[in-house]
Design a protein around this ligand. Structure first.
Ligand code: DGL
Length: 267
């Protein structure tokens, strides 16, 4: 049994969707989480800037000597995985590959939709990962930049969210997709609305759930699973703690553990 923590990095609070699923799947694991709330959102930023930010965040998490680092942020996973992999010698789990694998497994008509931030959609990361696994699958993508601020404002449903969701999703539904990847940390919160707009026949792939399953698989394969009763996660943010806790409650109502503010580069 190994008690080094699992580290999770996200641009902010949205990665709690991933942390929640990891904690549910592996409640006896130590977990440290860093949300770069001072610099969120990453979605509209350039790959170069996201790589720099991601590098600094992962460097902070490495001080905890984690056994594995999860890049929970789809934007960072899309543009910074190779950059990080070259610099870090701890196993890294991003969200793109597990999400793509789950979508390929779920689609019957070989038409998959992808929604994410502008940077994720521009990078073509999901398309590439899907093509590598199954080149008969067609992928259709749409950036949904208004979803992140809506979730951060505590809006998970209601007329405004529905109108926005229809505008973003109708072009994809028009392509006849039977599977939709929720390619952003915040989107699992909007699942009920997205499912309603897409209809019951469209499979929604929640990257948070598939990543938790992937982490369990990687650790089991390495004999590195831990089971420490009563383990509480530690959360770190680069800006105001109370804001993280407030928005975090929409995502993970009974979030356990402690939240501390850190200045990156000063540990
Ligand atoms: N965490 C980001 C992602 O999953 C969404 C928020 C942001 O733009 O930073 O892409």
């Amino acid at each position: 049994m190994t008690t080094e923590p699992i580290a999770i990095f996200d641009s902010g609070v949205g990665g709690l969707t991933v942390a929640r699923e990891v904690h549910r799947a592996l409640p006896g694991e130590e977990m440290v989480y860093l949300g770069d709330t001072a610099r969120v959102p990453y979605g509209p930023k350039s790959p170069r800037t996201v790589r720099r930010f991601a590098g600094e965040c992962v460097e902070f998490l490495l001080h905890f000597r984690p056994k594995l680092v999860i890049i929970a942020c789809n934007t960072a996973s899309s543009v910074a995985m190779d950059y990080l992999a070259e610099r870090v010698d701890v196993p890294l789990v991003g969200v793109i590959e597990p999400g793509a694998a789950a979508a390929v497994a779920a689609t019957a008509n070989r038409r998959v939709g992808v929604i994410g931030t502008k940077a994720t959609v521009r990078s073509g990361s999901y398309e590439l990962a899907i093509k590598k696994k199954a080149d008969d699958v067609e992928t259709y993508s749409n950036a949904c930049p208004l979803f992140v601020p809506m979730v951060e404002e505590g809006r998970a449903g209601g007329p405004v969210v529905e109108v926005v969701a229809r505008e973003y999703l109708e072009p994809l539904i028009g392509k006849g997709i039977d599977t939709l990847i929720l390619g952003c940390t915040h989107y699992p919160v909007l699942k009920p609305v997205i499912q309603e707009v897409c209809g019951p026949d469209v499979n929604l792939v929640d990257s948070a759930e598939v990543v938790a399953a992937k982490v369990a698989e990687v650790l089991a394969a390495e004999g590195a699973l831990a089971d420490v009763p009563g383990t509480e996660p530690r959360f770190f943010v680069t800006d105001v703690v109370d804001d993280f806790v407030e928005v975090g409650r929409y995502i993970w109502p009974d979030m356990p553990g402690t939240v501390e503010r850190v200045e990156l580069g000063v540990v």
